[in-house]
Design a protein around this ligand. Sequence first.
Ligand SMILES: [Mn+2]
Length: 352
Amino acid sequence: MKIKDRYKQLSIEGKRTIITSDVHGRPDLLKRLLDEVKFSDDDILIINGDIIDKGHDSIGALQYVATLMDKGNVHVLLGNCDKIFDELEEDFLYGYMEYRYTIVHEMLQVLGKSKEDYPSQQAMAHDLRTQFAHLHSVLKDLPLMIETESYIIVHAGVDDDYLETSEHDALNMPFFYNKGHRHEKTVVVGHFPACNFVENGVYHHNIKVHPDYKTIAIDGGNEVKTSGQLNALIIEADGQVSSTFVDDYKKALVIQSFDSGVQMPHTFTYPNYNIDVYEGDEYFTYCEQQGEGCMVKTEYIDFEKNCLKDDYTDYFHKVEMSEYVSVIKRLNGYVLIKKDGIVGFVPEEVLE
Ligand SMILES: [Mn+2]
């Protein structure tokens, strides 16, 4: 299967168009996102793959997306995670299910069964496909790409000869944003969280528009990254582009202004977790990566493996008294927050 075997041409000219991706079992966030952008019947919505898995409600996400698709102005693309109904017999499935929460877990729960209740994996696959045919049918014939007047929309990436791109590459290509391409049209991809492409040492999950290539990465790392979010790319009827996002972190009131002054922030993201670990205390430890030094919050360090446990930024936010910020994680003496979409620390005493 190649893109040329299953793609869709769509005219969006003169229409406001919303593009999102990587909903990952969060119909609640998708609903909030559509409220946030004031999605209406006059707009076009494109969901760029990965409706299911990782989040807690893949079945709900599929059902919600199915009702949206009935509207006629909603177009859904296939993502690699949405292929799971075709992978029920695969050897890797049970191993994958050990570390990822999937729609298979949910379907088994609905049936009140566990995988051990079946005589074989084949028997389970057959039962799930029969009992949940209505869910499978939502995903079965989704296109691999949507092409508009000015955009190519695909879950992970395209080759230069884009119609010849294999299904596997269209759904799995990992670093397309940095790879570049030769297309006249702008390529919009999800799949690989945009935060992994670090610019100026800043860690954020907002949509990234490549400065040199006509590529836009829209995956906000929802359900994948500790501080992730669900993004929307908004293309106005006149072609103007903007973006917004929703997340569900709790807000906290700033009770003391804080400013750590000028900084040159460092951010380390997956898969670049190896570090050299030097001196530190219970709060921060001095570390280096390829000669670049920075202070790492000590809880983030795996001292046995000399690596980070998660994406890390050493940025400190400037905050003003009586504003609200989103709390990602409370750590020893400091809190990881999100402000204006950017992730960074503040001392714990500045928050209520
Ligand atoms: Mn994906």
